[in-house]
Design a protein. Structure first.
Length: 286
């Protein structure tokens, strides 16, 4: 009896651990940028076989979350924005039917805390809390603090002016000056997709492919259906010698592009597939 009970407990604990690890892995995969370090472990340090995971399932879950984050960012463009309770909340608050997490979110809105700070108060996946905030925004119960909104609008206009100047400098091949203006524009308005894209193209021209890659990621992160972000990333992957990665990026660009760009991308995809097939055939001959 004691042995059977212990086995049951071990199985339950194992299930809990697996669930936590899978959750963390899926969340990591949904990130489009970050700093990572790889450390190879000795065989005796590896987890036992019971903790092996289905890589395909985790990749699919990470992809799903990536798409969800794209929708969330359209509703919450700035996670440093401050939230306040709306007039509707003040009138209807007592009669509202809300979940415990929704009530907790509302209780944390104090006119000082940012969206990011509120999310960090929970011991749950950030995407779940972000969706709750989006729902409360859609229902009109909360809103962005007006003063902050005005500051953001002012910053956006200043960023747009800097972007136009930078674009003109790029045409004159004054890339260093253009980089400085674009960097300043993105400090004012971090979610300025076109500024990220122009800066990425600029870095590509300057052959700084690492920084170009980071900026193309920023484009894709903020606008997951922007074909130019994937298009640029495809060329960066080619420069890195990652032809398969380039093919995947260009296939994504093809999915969201139109007109002449779609035709151009289609030709590039066909060429890459031919090259990859030829490489595989060469390997077979060795």
């Amino acid at each position: 009896m004691f042995l059977s009970k212990n086995r049951k407990i071990t199985k339950e604990i194992t299930a809990i651990i697996r669930e936590i690890v899978e959750e963390r892995m899926a969340e990591l995969i949904s990130w489009v940028d970050g700093y990572f370090r790889f450390e190879e472990k000795a065989s005796e340090e590896l987890l036992p076989d019971i903790f092996s995971f289905n890589t395909q399932d985790i990749l699919l879950e990470g992809s799903r979350r990536f798409d969800e984050w794209g929708i969330i960012h359209k509703k919450i463009p700035d996670f440093n924005a401050i939230l306040t309770l709306s007039e509707k909340w003040l009138k209807e608050g007592a009669a509202l039917d809300l979940s415990s997490d929704e009530w907790k979110v509302l209780s944390l809105i104090d006119g000082r805390s940012t969206v990011r700070e509120i999310i960090d108060k929970f011991k749950k996946p950030s995407i779940e809390i972000a969706k709750i905030i989006v729902n409360l925004l859609d229902r009109g119960l909360i809103e962005f603090e007006e003063k902050k909104k005005m500051e953001l609008e002012k910053a956006k206009k200043e960023a747009e002016i800097l972007f136009v100047k930078a674009k003109d400098l790029c045409k004159k091949k004054k890339f260093i000056e253009a980089e400085a203006l674009l960097t300043k524009a993105l400090m004012l308005h971090p979610d300025f997709v076109m500024a990220h894209l122009l800066l990425a193209d600029l870095y590509y021209i300057l052959k700084n492919y690492r920084l170009a890659s980071q900026e193309y990621y920023q484009v894709i992160k903020r606008d997951p259906e922007n074909p130019l972000g994937y298009y640029g990333m495809g060329f960066v992957r080619i420069k890195f010698g990652d032809l398969l990665g380039a093919l995947k990026a260009l296939e994504k660009a093809y999915e969201y592009s139109k007109g002449e760009l779609k035709e151009k991308i289609n030709r590039l995809i066909s060429l890459l597939r031919t090259i990859l097939i030829e490489i595989d055939n060469r390997k077979l001959l060795i």
